[in-house]
Ligand binder design. Structure first.
Ligand code: PMP
Length: 341
């Protein structure tokens, strides 16, 4: 491991694989999580931020001081903003109001300009992604240093980043001893890119998608129709269309994971393994467990630990929020203190 880096950009990626002990023991498989919360922006999306900005630079689209505009559930904005600061650009982030305050605070800390907008479906012209595209067009014409739209959903520089980093790292870290890879989809960059990179090494590696309720990809990959039902409190995942990053992608296994199943895993990981993760990691691990059961004992499966739990302290780790959503509250949250002085 390199301990001396030239900039924070070199700290993006090369995250460790962590064995998920209970999940492995329950299934008789080896289940590993790639610890993406250890990236400098504390999420898997630092990789997309770096690759999208580097790609725009290579294409000559960014001038010094230029603006990078993006619509994001938060983590991509954090990744883009830290990379932008390191390279001399600015970010303007359009974010749905419903996203956690912790992510908005992290964006403000990274010096991003935040525009909070109502959360409306993608087909609505005022959806945050579409608003960010229109704003980028306008700023490209009026801002003295110009502007680009990062466009993480349909910019395949996002997926390419995972082909050349995430997949390569997983292949080498597992010594080629890997039978399956599974994760959820926001843009699809992580799943499609990592799958593509791993399949280049070995066509026998099985790929799974773990879809939250309210997303349409489980139905798409099992019946061909983009249909959704239910909803999820998880953030950053849950796609209703085939993004450019997902084009040509075909999973071998597809699972639909209710929040209760994912949260149980997240809460047990805190209590039993000292690992405090965000909700999408819970969906991913639940998917890895289901895939392990389908593949049978003795297989090695890797998934993604997308971000850290502190990003959701006011939501999925808050008893009032859980109660309001009718979700189970783990015993250790809000437990009366046992000791005093
Ligand atoms: N989990 C979290 C917490 C995220 O922020 C994101 C990105 N939106 C994802 C998972 C999904 O990653 P991708 O966009 O690569 O599909």
């Amino acid at each position: 491991m390199t301990l001396r880096l030239n900039s924070v950009l070199d700290a993006i990626g090369n995250t460790p694989l962590i064995r998920l002990n209970r999940a492995s023991e329950e299934t008789g498989c080896e289940i590993y999580g790639k610890a993406e919360f250890l990236n400098p922006g504390q999420s898997v999306k630092d990789r997309a931020g770096l690759f999208i900005i580097r790609d725009a630079e290579e294409k000559g689209l960014l001038a010094p001081g230029g603006l990078i505009v993006e619509g994001t559930a938060g983590n991509t904005g954090i990744g883009l903003s830290l990379v932008a600061k390191a390279l001399g650009y600015q970010t303007v982030i359009v974010i749905p109001k419903t996203q956690s305050e912790e992510k908005k605070d992290a964006l403000r800390l990274m010096g991003a300009e935040l525009i909070e907008v109502p959360a409306v479906p993608y087909k609505n012209p005022n959806n945050y992604v579409k608003l960010s595209g229109r704003l980028a067009d306008q700023l490209a014409k009026t801002h003295p240093a110009g502007a680009i739209w990062a466009n993480q959903f349909d910019n395949t520089a996002n997926r390419d980043g995972h082909v050349v980093t995430t997949a390569e790292e997983i292949w080498h870290q597992s010594g080629g001893d890997i039978d399956g890879f599974i994760c959820a989809v926001g843009t699809g960059g992580t799943l499609a890119g990592t799958a593509m990179g791993l399949k280049r090494h070995s066509g026998r590696i099985k790929i799974g998608i773990a879809d939250p309720m309210g997303a349409a990809l489980y139905s798409y990959y099992t019946s061909g129709a983009l249909k959704s039902e239910g909803s999820s409190i998880t953030e950053g995942i849950g796609q209703g269309r085939i993004t450019a990053n997902l084009e040509g992608f075909e999973p071998d296994f597809a699972y639909q994971i209710p929040d209760e199943e994912a949260l149980k895993i997240v809460f047990a990981l805190v209590e039993e393994e000292g690992l405090c993760l965000g909700g999408s990691s819970g969906i991913n691990i639940a998917g890895a467990i289901r895939m392990a059961k389908d593949l049978g004992p003795g297989h090695t499966i890797v998934t993604i630990l997308c971000d850290y739990g502190n990003r959701y302290q006011s939501k999925m780790f808050n008893p009032a929020f859980l109660k309001e959503k009718g979700l189970p509250i783990p015993g250790w949250i809000g437990r009366k203190p046992e000791f005093d002085v």
